[in-house]
Design a protein around this ligand. Structure first.
Ligand SMILES: [Fe+2]
Length: 589
């Protein structure tokens, strides 16, 4: 394993030339000179290790003029200006940008003798200062028997701050948590709920495009997550990486993923914001005898991540060759070092989840600005129902042979290297599915942990019927008028029930790409026990009543040799209701 947590080709990930200059709307610069460690990709260290810092400086600058300091913001042990060990090493120059070119430097620092705390990392250079909050945690020792927190989907937006606040307060009171991993959908891109999707659709026009990202990333990176008194590992999800073009009418499909797009003017791309706010899109770290791969499963081409504001056609997973190759090489090295492996991934590569619709890959839909009805209804069906066949776990390109699908290569690599667990978000579900040696990974035999009963606001059935009729007539405007009298929570239930009714009446065409026979032909079988676990959302669109918080939560994992061996769910109600313990080791015996 590389001493550097970031793949070599991604080292310049936060360079303004490939982020700020590739979109027209302004972007926050929370990650600028310090490329590692960062808020979302922290250094988790014991005193026998050195702290490796990556600095992106203007070409020709002397990295020895940088002062790097550990700041104990959460406690009272003060600050430590760090002493470099050896000489700075150049890792090469970045692309040419408007302000010239940058060079990336690796500096090593001795951390022996420092208090065992969580620190901000502060850089002072040429009279300027930059701080990465919660970027370094020093542990007296790492036994591999610690507890950690897994969760997903904060989906932070302007109205649901209470969810992330509750979560942070709760985790801050737990003294025995070593670190937290939030597995995608940190931000929301202003989806905010069903009614808002409807409103956005009705006001859709090619320009000007409004972005929620600048405010959401600024609030999470600048205010909320730094309040956490534990280090947090972040990976991107679909809500973090949506895209808008300046001109939809002239927009062209290209295979640009990030950076400049030769045929389109990009208003915003959430993945640029992610890199400039939290850190790299994929990275890895070692915890005791376990290698954690923190992956990006939203590597669709940019036009495939397109939406109007938050209304998008495609929200399932994809992975490109570069990352697949990096995963293979990481797993190979970890296998050679006799380590356990765990992958953190927002989307489930098996297509479905909860033992249902496994092998279901959602067909890619083009986003067409002037055909917004179909996009909106598809998106509402997912938001309102979370129906298994309407959740997009992973996409498939039209006319693509499933034999070439990236998840085939990914799953084959995972089982070949006897990966212990894949831990995922995206679904607000909480369960583990374990496959034993010889099982096909599409076998539906889950060990299920369900949520407390839902507490829906009662609604008038006549309102539901009328809403269903308006949806069937494709009259979104009249629907929005009808629901204007309802509060947000009621409107959300009416839309959900209306869509359920139309589904039951077989009003909608199936748009599935469901291929159990083909994926069965892949013959991907576990070579050792492998656990697929989905963990809870921290927040979403219901937060108006105390009962709504029973839908949100997090999982505390007990580790052994650094890997999770049992998981327990806690909800976000004031009483923090505990779920049953799911024992992963027992499941393999
Ligand atoms: Fe998601």
């Amino acid at each position: 394993m590389s001493k550097l947590p970031i793949p070599h080709a991604q080292l310049h990930y936060a360079d303004p030339a490939i982020n700020d200059e590739a979109q027209t709307l302004p972007i926050g610069r929370f990650v600028d000179r310090i490329h590692h460690p960062t808020l979302g990709c922290p250094a988790l260290l014991t005193p026998d290790q050195s702290l490796e810092v990556l600095l992106s400086l203007p070409e020709g600058a002397d990295p020895r003029a940088c002062v790097v300091t550990l700041v104990d913001r959460h406690g009272e042990t003060g600050e430590y200006a760090l002493k470099a060990v050896g000489s700075p090493v150049s890792l090469g120059k970045g692309p040419a940008g408007k302000d010239g070119r940058r060079e990336l430097w690796q500096l090593s620092f001795d951390i022996a003798g420092k208090a065992f705390r969580l620190y901000d990392l502060r850089l002072q250079w040429e009279g300027k200062e930059e701080t990465q909050p919660n970027a370094v945690r020093l542990y007296e020792r790492i036994t591999g028997d610690e507890k950690v927190v897994f969760c997903g989907d904060a989906q932070y937006h302007v109205d649901n701050e209470v969810c992330l606040e509750r979560f942070i307060e709760r985790i801050n009171r737990l003294d025995d948590i070593a670190w937290v991993a939030l597995i995608g959908d940190v931000c929301d891109n202003g989806v905010r709920g069903e009614m808002n999707v409807l409103k956005l659709a009705l006001t859709a026009k090619p320009s000007p495009v409004h972005s929620y990202y600048a405010a959401e990333y600024a609030r999470t990176a600048g205010k909320l997550l730094p309040r956490l008194n534990k280090p947090i590992v972040l990976v991107p999800g679909n809500h973090d990486g949506m895209v808008a073009y300046e001109d939809y009418e002239r927009g062209e499909s290209t295979n640009a993923y990030l950076g400049p797009d030769p045929k389109n003017t990009v208003a915003y791309d959430g993945l640029h914001h992610f890199r400039r706010s939290f850190g790299p899109l994929f990275h890895a770290f070692t915890w005791h005898r376990t290698r954690y791969l923190c992956t990006n499963t939203f590597e669709l081409d940019r036009h495939e991540r397109l939406g109007y504001h938050a209304v998008v056609a495609n929200w399932g997973g994809w992975m490109r060759d570069e990352q697949l190759g990096w995963i293979e090489s990481e797993l190979k090295t970890a296998t050679a070092a006799d380590m356990h492996k765990v992958m953190l991934a927002h989307h489930d590569p098996r297509g479905g989840c909860l033992g249902k619709a496994l092998g279901y890959y959602s067909e890619m839909r083009p986003y067409e600005f002037d055909k917004v009805y179909d996009v909106v209804v598809a998106y509402l069906r997912y938001l309102a129902n979370h129906a298994r066949t309407w959740q997009e776990e992973w996409m498939v390109r039209t006319n693509q042979s499933l034999a070439d699908h990236p998840v085939k290569r990914l799953l084959e690599t995972l089982v070949e290297h006897r990966t212990w667990a894949v831990i995922m978000g995206h679904d607000n579900e909480n369960w583990v599915e374990t496959y034993l040696q010889g099982d096909t990974v599409f076998k539906s035999d889950p060990e299920v942990r369900t949520y407390p009963a839902s507490d829906e606001d009662p609604v008038d059935p006549k309102l539901v019927r009328a809403a269903a009729d308006l949806l069937a007539d494709r009259d979104l405007e009249a629907l929005a008028q009808q629901l204007a009298e309802c509060n947000e929570a009621e409107a959300s239930v009416v839309i959900g029930k209306a869509l359920e009714r139309l589904d039951a009446e077989r009003h909608f065409d199936a748009a599935a790409s469901y291929a159990p026979a083909e994926v069965e032909n892949w013959r991907i079988r576990a070579q050792a026990p492998i656990h697929f676990a989905h963990v809870d959302d921290v927040g979403a669109y219901k937060y108006q009543k105390e009962a709504h918080f029973s839908h949100y939560g997090y999982v505390i994992a007990q580790l052994s040799e650094g890997r999770p061996v049992n998981l327990q769910r806690f909800d976000l109600t004031q009483s923090a209701t505990e779920g049953p313990v799911v024992d992963l080791l027992a499941a393999t015996e």
